[in-house]
Design a protein around this ligand. Structure first.
Ligand SMILES: [Fe+2]
Ligand SMILES: [Fe+2]
Length: 275
């Protein structure tokens, strides 16, 4: 498989960054976008990388926040492909800030292309969008500021609309998460329940730092490294610099920073050159 990072909070030299996430994935004979960043930056970075988002077969949205969906119309105005999002992703979403409520809803002018999926959903080619219904581990404390509107009433977002993605290529089990609002260890638990084993590769934003404070969750970062064993983690976006340092120290070159501009190929575990 190959992952190309089109939008992230940090970038390799020569590429733009923003508070957002967008990945272009080539796996199992298909190409797709996992999230579309905050703006049309994904198309600009893609052009610099020689990646064409217009060749995507489909788009997956992890959840209904604008930092994951803001570039969607920049893609859909060029190609008409299905967009798979969890049920409720396009409800109104707001963030409580010191200046009041800020609307962070996902919006698109191409709602006819959106399929809102209930529960888990298989995408042809061997991809599974899965929700995380069991939360035995804590969820990110910063969730407390994130609200959704139900029947005209603002309520704390429970992130039941969040979907993660799972697929296996040549024995390599990959899990991708957008922001891990349901808790990265809960998502790992759910992936293990589905597959009967720990994924080989975990990719995405893991929300291990409070974006408005200095607090970070070093315990979860350490636990993630322990549970991933010989596998690898590619993390950035909302993960936070301190947890990234912990994972870099613990995992060495099995940890990769998710920087915009990164193109990373991963061979399968059945490939002798894999490890
Ligand atoms: Fe989010
Ligand atoms: Fe995010």
């Amino acid at each position: 498989m190959k992952v190309s990072v089109l939008s992230a909070d940090t970038a390799l030299p020569g590429f733009g960054s923003e508070h957002g996430l967008s990945l272009f994935i080539e796996a199992c004979g298909r190409r797709f976008l996992f999230d579309t960043g905050k703006s049309q930056l994904l198309t600009e970075n893609a052009e610099r990388m020689g990646v064409d988002p217009g060749t995507a077969d489909f788009i997956v949205l992890s959840h209904g926040h604008s930092d994951h969906s803001g570039g969607i119309d920049a893609v859909l105005q060029k190609i008409r492909v299905p967009v798979y999002a969890g049920k409720g992703a396009f409800e109104r979403h707001l963030s409580k800030t010191a200046d009041g409520l800020v609307d962070i809803s996902a919006v698109t002018g191409y709602r006819d292309l959106v399929e809102e999926v209930d529960g888990s959903h298989e995408i042809s080619g061997g991809f599974l969008q899965f929700s995380c219904d069991v939360t035995e581990h804590p969820q990110p404390p910063s969730n407390i500021r994130l609200m959704t509107e139900r029947d005209g009433v603002l309520v704390p977002d429970d992130f039941c609309h969040e979907r993660n993605l799972l697929f296996e290529e040549d024995g390599l089990l990959v899990v991708i998460t957008g922001c891990a609002h349901r808790g990265i260890l809960n998502i790992l638990d759910e992936a293990e329940r589905i597959c009967g084993r720990t994924p080989d590769v975990l990719i995405g934003g893991m929300h291990l730092t409070d974006p408005r404070g200095s607090e970070f969750d070093g315990d979860t970062a350490g636990e993630l490294c322990r549970r991933m064993g010989d596998g690898m983690i590619i993390a950035g976006h909302c993960t936070g610099e301190a947890p990234i340092s912990i994972m870099q120290d613990r995992m060495g070159d099995r940890f990769v920073r998710l920087d915009a501009g990164l193109e990373y190929g991963i061979r399968s575990s059945s490939d002798p050159a894999y490890r």
